[in-house]
Design a protein around this ligand. Structure first.
Ligand code: COA
Length: 145
């Protein structure tokens, strides 16, 4: 299996990301479409994960302040889960963020069902749980410097 992660640089790549997020978040998880593609799409940096040359997953990051990067919208197509695509995506983006001068912390708003996935990648839960789009979440963080 060949897994690669690349920053999206073309409209075609972004269309693949929209397709994956539509299937995963809007159709599978019933998140409202109007919130999925929000006003932060422009400022975010988007990535695609390719499995055997097929688009299989996507995620984006945003810089929140001089020290903090946030990874968001992590989605792997159902038929590609359990093959390491999610790990490759989050690790690649975390590595990219850690190379930006000043960034010391990576945070995410994680769905509770995926917490064991993030804990395996070294993220720790911070604070109390909360609901977002009707789904239980916790804030998680990893220090990178
Ligand atoms: N619960 C427990 N462990 C999990 C898990 C889960 N939900 N998802 C993955 N893992 C584990 C895997 O077993 C694997 O463990 P290993 O290293 O011991 O083999 C490790 O985490 C890496 O898994 P990987 O195959 O890279 O994950 P994935 O490609 O299936 O992607 C998600 C994981 C969460 C991104 C994927 O399930 C997904 O897109 N879900 C729907 C959208 C979603 O909920 N996104 C997260 C929003 S916060």
């Amino acid at each position: 299996m060949n897994i690669t992660v690349k920053q999206i640089m073309t409209w075609q790549g972004y269309a693949y990301a929209v397709y994956i997020r539509t299937l995963v978040f809007i159709q599978e998880q019933n998140c409202p479409a109007k919130n999925e593609f929000d006003h932060q799409e422009d400022e975010a940096v988007h990535f695609l994960c390719w499995v055997n040359n097929e688009p299989a997953g996507t995620a984006r990051y945003r810089i929140l302040d001089a020290r903090t990067g946030k990874i968001e919208r992590i989605a792997v197509l159902k038929n590609h889960r359990g093959q390491g695509a999610g790990r490759a995506l989050v690790s690649h983006i975390a590595n990219t963020l850690s190379q930006i001068a000043g960034i010391t912390s990576i945070i995410m708003s994680a769905q509770d069902h995926a917490l064991p996935f993030y804990q395996k990648l070294g993220y720790q839960v911070i604070g109390e749980g909360y609901m977002e789009e009707g789904i239980p979440h916790h804030k998680i963080e990893k220090m990178v410097k």
